[in-house]
Design a protein around this ligand. Structure first.
Ligand SMILES: Nc1ncnc2c1ncn2[C@@H]1O[C@H](COP(=O)(O)OP(=O)(O)OP(=O)(O)O)[C@@H](O)[C@H]1O
Length: 578
C-alpha cells in the first residue's frame, strides 16, 4: 500500500477503453490515486488528483456534484464501474502535449463504490462544482480560439461537473464591458480563451466597477489563444490542455498588479507589463503583422532596432521600503465609498501632478531606449526575460537603458532570449522600486537648447536632432495596449487579484519524493514553470534571427525602393544597420 494511502479497495482497473483489466488494489492517498497490480509484479500506477478533470459512471448521470452525489452513488453502485478522466504527461517535456487518458475501475462490491465516492469527495479527488464563464476572442492571435475551445476545452469540460457558459467577444474591448457588467452572483470564475490583451481587459473591466473590491476576488484564468501568451507561459499553462485542466480544477493564487494614474483619466491596471521605448514600439507596431503569429514580435523588434527611437523624459523612482511618512499608503485601504475619483485604492502621491518628495530618486539618463516594468518572467511565449520575477512577490522591477548601438541591443535577444539571462548581458540596468513617476518629453521649447538641460546638459536641440532624440510622444505600452504618454504615476497593488493556476504551482514542497500532488513529475513541471530555465538553442535562435533580418530587410527594400531596384533598397537598409 502507498505510504500515504488513507483507504484501499480491491477492484479491476484498465487504462484505456480496449485494454484488459488488471486486478489491483486501489489506494486513495492525500494527493493521488494509486494502484498496486497483483498480477504484474506488484508494479504501481499513480494519478495525482491535480491531473483529474472528469468523472463518469456508466449511466447518463455522469457528474459528481454537490447536489447529485446521492444520485450518482446510487447509479454507480448499480453499475459498479467508475471512469476517471485525467491528463497524462507521457514525455518529460512540457512542450509536448499531455494525453487525455481514462482509468476504468470495476469494484467488486457495491458498498465499495459508495465508500469510494464519499472518500473521493472528502479528498477533493474530482473538480469542485463551479460556474465558469468562458470568453472566447475569435480575433486573438491567428484566430484559433474557436478551434481551441471546440477541440480541447469542450471535450475536457464534458465530464467535469462544471456549469459552463461560453460567450464570444464581438468587438475590441468587448471584454471590458462584459467584466464591468457581469453579475458576480452568477459565476465563480471567468476564463478567457485568448491572449494577454483580453486578460488585461477583464481585469480593467472588473476594477472599474463600483463594487471593485468584490469583483477583484473573482478568479480569472487564461487558455492561450493569442500571439504573446506571456501570462500563460509564465504560469506553465501555455499548453491549452494544461490550462483547461487548471481552469477545471480551479486552484487560485493572488497576483500583484500595477496601477497607472494619469491626471484626469481613469486608472489603468496592468497584470503583465508597462513599457516605453523599443519594446513598447515593437509590441504596438507588431499588430500589423498579426498573421505571423508569435514571430510578429521579432519582426517588429528588429525593425525598431534598426530605426531606434530615443525618448527623453524625467523618471523619478521611489526606492522600495521608503519610510517617508508624508506619503499615502500604496496598498488599497480605501473602501469604494471613501475613494476619491481617480484615486480608488489609495496612492503614493495625491495625484500624478504632485512633485515627488525628496526621497524619490531622479534617474540620470538623458533619454530612454528601453523602459520595461514586468510582473511575470516571460515577455512573450518566446522571450523568457528573467527568473527574478514572481507575480506575487509584491515587488516592482524596472529595467531601463539608453543603449543605441544596434549590435549591443540585438545580441542579448539572439543569444539569451529563452534562458532568463537576457537581463544579465549589460544592456539594461535593473532596479527594484516602490513607485515610479514618469514625466515624458522635453519640457519647454524643443528648439531652445536650455530646455534640454533636464535631459542632459550636453544635449542641445541641434544635437538632439542629430542623435534622433524622438521628440514625438510615442506611446506607453500597458499589457500590449497603447496608453498616451503624459505624466504617469505607476505603483504596485500587491496580491490584488485572483488568478487561476495549476495546482502544483502553489505547492513547491511537492518536489519532494512521496508528495506528488503536482503529478509524479512535479519536479519537472515546477522547474519548467515556476523557475523556467530552458537553455537557449543558440543555433536555432541565430537561424531565426537571421531569417527575421533577411525578411525584414527585404520587406523594407521593397517598401522603400519606390521604383528603384530592390537591391538598392537592401543596400540602403544594410547601410543603415551598419
Ligand atoms: N470580436 C472582436 N473583433 C475585433 N477585435 C476583438 C474582438 N474580440 C476581442 N478583440 C480585441 O482583440 C485584441 C487582441 O486580443 P488578444 O490579446 O486575445 O490577442 P493577441 O493580441 O493576439 O495576443 P497577446 O495579447 O497575447 O499578444 C484585444 O485588444 C481585443 O480588444
Amino acid at each position: 500500500m502507498s505510504k500515504q494511502a488513507l483507504v484501499s479497495f480491491e477492484c479491476s482497473a484498465s487504462f484505456n477503453p480496449n485494454s484488459n483489466p488488471f486486478t489491483a488494489t486501489l489506494n486513495l492517498g492525500l494527493h493521488e490515486l494509486s494502484w498496486t497490480f497483483r498480477d504484474a509484479d506488484n508494479s504501481t500506477c499513480r494519478i495525482p488528483y491535480s491531473c483529474i478533470f472528469g468523472y463518469q459512471v456508466p449511466s447518463e448521470a455522469a457528474l459528481v456534484t454537490e447536489q447529485d452525489v446521492e444520485e450518482l452513488i446510487r447509479t454507480a453502485v448499480e453499475g459498479k464501474q467508475v471512469i476517471i478522466h485525467y491528463l497524462e504527461f507521457t514525455v518529460p517535456d512540457l512542450n509536448s502535449a499531455p494525453r487525455l487518458a481514462q482509468a476504468r475501475l470495476l469494484f467488486h462490491q457495491r458498498s465499495d463504490v459508495k465508500q469510494f465516492l464519499v472518500r473521493a469527495k472528502e479528498l477533493e479527488v474530482f473538480p469542485k462544482q463551479r460556474r465558469i464563464l468562458f470568453l472566447v476572442n475569435p480575433k486573438g492571435g491567428v484566430g484559433r480560439a474557436k478551434t481551441i475551445s471546440d477541440t480541447i476545452v469542450k471535450p475536457m469540460l464534458e465530464h467535469s461537473g462544471l456549469e459552463v457558459t461560453e460567450q464570444y467577444t464581438e468587438y475590441a474591448r468587448h471584454a471590458v464591458d462584459i467584466a464591468h457588467k457581469l453579475d458576480l452572483n452568477t459565476f465563480d470564475a471567468l476564463v478567457v480563451i485568448s491572449g494577454d490583451g483580453v486578460m488585461h481587459e477583464i481585469i480593467n473591466g472588473l476594477l472599474s466597477r463600483p463594487d471593485w473590491d468584490l469583483a477583484r476576488r473573482l478568479p480569472v484564468g487564461v487558455i492561450s489563444a493569442g500571439s504573446g501568451n506571456a501570462i500563460a507561459t509564465s504560469l506553465g499553462t501555455r499548453n491549452q490542455y494544461v490550462a483547461a485542466l487548471a481552469a477545471i480544477r480551479g486552484e487560485t493564487a493572488k497576483m500583484d498588479i500595477f496601477s497607472m494614474s494619469q491626471l484626469d483619466r481613469p486608472r489603468i491596471y496592468s497584470m503583465l507589463l508597462f513599457s516605453w521605448g523599443m519594446t513598447a514600439d515593437a509590441d504596438l507596431e507588431s499588430d500589423r503583422y498579426r498573421w505571423l503569429g508569435p514571430l510578429r514580435f521579432e519582426i517588429a523588434a528588429f525593425v525598431r532596432m534598426i530605426r531606434l527611437r530615443r525618448y527623453p523624459g524625467k523618471v523619478y523612482v521611489l526606492p522600495p521600503k521608503d519610510d517617508d511618512t508624508s506619503m499615502l499608503p500604496p496598498t488599497p485601504p480605501c473602501s469604494p465609498d471613501h475613494a476619491a475619483p481617480g484615486i480608488r485604492h489609495g496612492s503614493l502621491l495625491r495625484n500624478p501632478d504632485q512633485e515627488p518628495p525628496k526621497s524619490w530618486r531622479l534617474l540620470d539618463l538623458p533619454y530612454y531606449t528601453f523602459f520595461l516594468l514586468l510582473n511575470h518572467p516571460s515577455l512573450t511565449e518566446d522571450v523568457y526575460f528573467t527568473n527574478e520575477i514572481r507575480f506575487n512577490d509584491g515587488i516592482m522591477r524596472l529595467w531601463y537603458s539608453c543603449e543605441t548601438t544596434f549590435w549591443k541591443i540585438l545580441m542579448p535577444f539572439v543569444m539569451d532570449q529563452q534562458n532568463g539571462k537576457l537581463v544579465e548581458r549589460g544592456l539594461m540596468t535593473g532596479i527594484k522600486c516602490g513607485g515610479i513617476l514618469i514625466v515624458p518629453g522635453v519640457e519647454g521649447n524643443p528648439d531652445d537648447p536650455s530646455t534640454h538641460a533636464i535631459v542632459d546638459q550636453s544635449v542641445t536641440s541641434t544635437a538632439a536632432k542629430k542623435q534622433e532624440i524622438y521628440t514625438k510622444p510615442g506611446f506607453f505600452d500597458v499589457d500590449g495596449e497603447a496608453m498616451p504618454t503624459t505624466r504617469t504615476l505607476i505603483e504596485i497593488l500587491p496580491s490584488f487579484v485572483e488568478i487561476i493556476v495549476p495546482e502544483w504551482y502553489n505547492h513547491p514542497d511537492d518536489k519532494e519524493e512521496n508528495s506528488v500532488r503536482g503529478k509524479a513529475r512535479a519536479d519537472l513541471i515546477l522547474e519548467v514553470t515556476a523557475n523556467r530555465q530552458v537553455e537557449t538553442n543558440k543555433v536555432l535562435e541565430v537561424g531565426k534571427w537571421l531569417g527575421v533580418m533577411v525578411l525584414t530587410v527585404t520587406a523594407y527594400a521593397v517598401y522603400f525602393s519606390e521604383g528603384f531596384q530592390i537591391w538598392s533598397g537592401i543596400a540602403r537598409s544594410a547601410a543603415q544597420i551598419l
